[in-house]
Write a protein that binds this ligand. Structure first.
Ligand code: HEM
Ligand code: CU
Length: 536
């Protein structure tokens, strides 16, 4: 295969520098960097909010913040982490890697790409500014359930506006991903030769387009109920607050898969590389991803078993939810089989991928417990739910993002990161994250409710342990920011292939990847295809 990377293109048009370069860029790599840097900042902002929560919960009673502010912190923490940290990180990785992986010169819609990103800082400026308004920020939880969410101040209007902006950004990003994957592949890069990260993103993009408008509809109805006299969710006016929960979770459950499917893709890239084998069961992985995406549309009411729905509905949603464990199990099985008898090494990306494998599975198992209706009557709205979704989102989604950052950082910067610090970061994070979240299972089972600033004294010890873990985990992430910064500044030069076992087009271009790659499409055949079931 010819190395199609050419430097000549860079001279054609002079490239703006400084602020203008970043404001007006249409280059997928620069936009990818913008997304990733933005995501890291939001991760630290959302993390600071989490530490406010954990500091208050260190001991029973009210010490540091008043309950109003505490509720704003739980709400904002979730919104910032979901829409500001995890989703933009995946979009950043998509921008950087999808064109490189499919042998395309850029994203299909570069100007829209610029706009998708630049909406984000404005959306978050609006959202975060509500914290400084007289009525304070949103405090009803990220789910914004009425009637509670309608009982706050006028800042709700700003929250709704910011959610609309975030939705617009996500939908434009998703359109771009789909258009890129369907149109920009190099000749020979058939759909079933695409790396799994590309596949999982293609499917995720359809989920985004399908459900972000549903969220927009739900919050618009909140807006009109609050400001324009409608009664969609107001029983006194003929409406129904449970309707909101149905609409919200029709968005919300697919949303949790938007937050995890690209993570599955990253893990599917890393495990074969460090096992020096091809991915086991490539086609099954593609079908499992599509199956999970389909099922994610028919399980939403497992978030609302306790609202008083018919038994038949409870049974349907319980069994449908459990069925998701089947394709998820296929994935776990295939990752393990990929490692089986491989020549494994344990560099930092692989450590994070293995941490993902073990701890995401713990989150999946607690999810299965929650899916059992009579059990959920006990667990619902308790700290057990908090433990569940942090295992799937922090040790799942966030660990996968970190694995991906360590994996591709040498390709982006041209330098190796500090492996020793990376390993310290992994072990420090892994130990502290379990100290942080594992005790929360017991707190929930023992009856501690979620979203409260104060608790009964018998919960003290486990809350203290959890808070200590929280601060330790938080400081570990400052180390992460330092490692990334240090790697961007310098370090041992990286080769084009970077990792001995790495396969795929992204490893055929030099490190750092030049601004323009694959101006002339590479030729792709089975020898370049990353994974093919019928190959050894
Ligand atoms: C085997 C897979 C899974 C099952 C069976 C499952 C099941 C459940 C159930 C039944 C609940 C509702 C608990 C309650 O409120 O009483 C729940 C909550 C939640 N799950 Fe999962 N889950 C799974 C995977 C995931 C994944 C992959 C993610 C995200 C990456 C996720 C994120 C969440 C979140 C964020 C909540 C809490 C939502 C809220 O109330 O704010 N889950 N899960
Ligand atoms: Cu769900």
């Amino acid at each position: 295969m010819s190395n199609a990377t050419t430097a000549h293109h860079d001279e054609h048009h002079e490239h703006p520098t400084g602020l203008a370069r970043w404001l007006f860029t249409t280059n997928h790599k620069e936009i990818g960097t913008l997304y990733l840097v933005f995501s890291l900042i939001m991760f630290l902002v959302g993390g600071a909010m989490a530490l406010v929560i954990r500091a208050e919960l260190f001991a029973p009673g009210l010490q540091l913040v008043n309950p109003e502010f505490f509720n704003q912190m739980t709400t904002m923490h979730a919104l910032v982490m979901i829409f500001g940290a995890v989703m933009p990180a995946f979009v950043g990785l998509a921008n950087w890697m999808i064109p490189l992986m499919i042998g395309g010169p850029d994203m299909a819609l570069p100007r829209m790409n610029n706009w998708s990103f630049w909406i984000l800082p404005f959306a978050f400026a609006i959202l975060l500014s509500t914290l400084f308004m007289p009525s304070g920020g949103p405090s009803s939880g990220w789910t914004l359930y009425p009637p509670l969410s309608l009982q706050g101040g006028n800042s709700l209007a700003f929250v709704v506006l910011s959610i609309h902006l975030l939705g617009i950004s996500s939908i434009m990003g998703a359109i771009n991903v789909i258009a890129t994957i369907l149109n920009m592949r190099a000749p020979g890069m058939t759909l079933l030769r695409m790396p799994l990260f590309v596949w999982t993103w293609l499917i995720t993009a359809f989920l985004i387009i399908a459900v972000m408008p549903v969220l927009a509809g739900a919050v618009t109805m909140l807006l009109t109920d609050r400001f324009f006299g409608t009664s969609f969710f107001n029983a006194a006016g003929g409406g129904d607050p449970v309707l909101y929960q149905h609409i919200f979770w029709f968005f919300g459950h697919p949303e949790v898969y938007i937050l995890i499917l690209p993570a599955f893709g990253i893990i599917s890239e890393i495990i074969p590389t460090f096992s020096r084998k091809r991915l086991f069961g490539y086609t099954a992985m593609v079908y499992a991803t599509a199956t999970i995406a389909f099922l994610s549309f028919i399980v939403w009411a497992h978030h609302m078993f306790t609202v008083g729905m018919p038994l038949g509905a409870q049974l349907f949603f319980m069994y449908a939810t459990m069925v998701i464990a089947v394709p998820t199990g296929v994935k776990i099985f295939n990752w393990i089989s990929t490692m089986w008898r491989g020549s494994m090494t344990f560099e930092t990306p692989m450590l994070f991928a293995l941490g993902f494998l073990v701890m995401f599975t713990i989150g999946g198992l607690s999810g299965l417990m929650l899916a059992i209706v009579p059990a959920d009557y006990q667990y619902h709205d308790s700290y057990f739910v908090v433990a569940h979704f942090h295992y799937v989102l922090v040790t799942g989604a966030v660990f996968a993002i970190m694995a991906g950052v360590y994996y591709w950082l040498p390709k982006w910067t041209g330098h190796m990161y500090d492996e020793k610090l990376g390993k310290i970061h992994f072990w420090w994070s892994t130990i502290s994250v379990n100290v942080l979240f594992f005790p929360q299972h017991y707190l929930g089972l023992a009856g501690m409710p979620r979203r409260i600033p104060d608790y009964a004294v018998q919960f003290t010890e486990f809350n203290m342990i959890s808070s200590i873990g929280g601060f330790a985990f938080g400081f570990a992430q400052l180390l992460f920011a330092y490692i990334v910064w240090k790697c961007a500044r310098g370090g041992a030069p990286a080769t084009a292939q970077v990792w001995e076992g790495a396969r795929g087009l992204e490893w055929t271009v030099p490190s750092p990847a030049p601004l323009h790659t694959f101006d002339e499409p590479p030729k792709v055949d089975d020898s370049v295809a990353v994974h093919q079931d019928n190959l050894s």
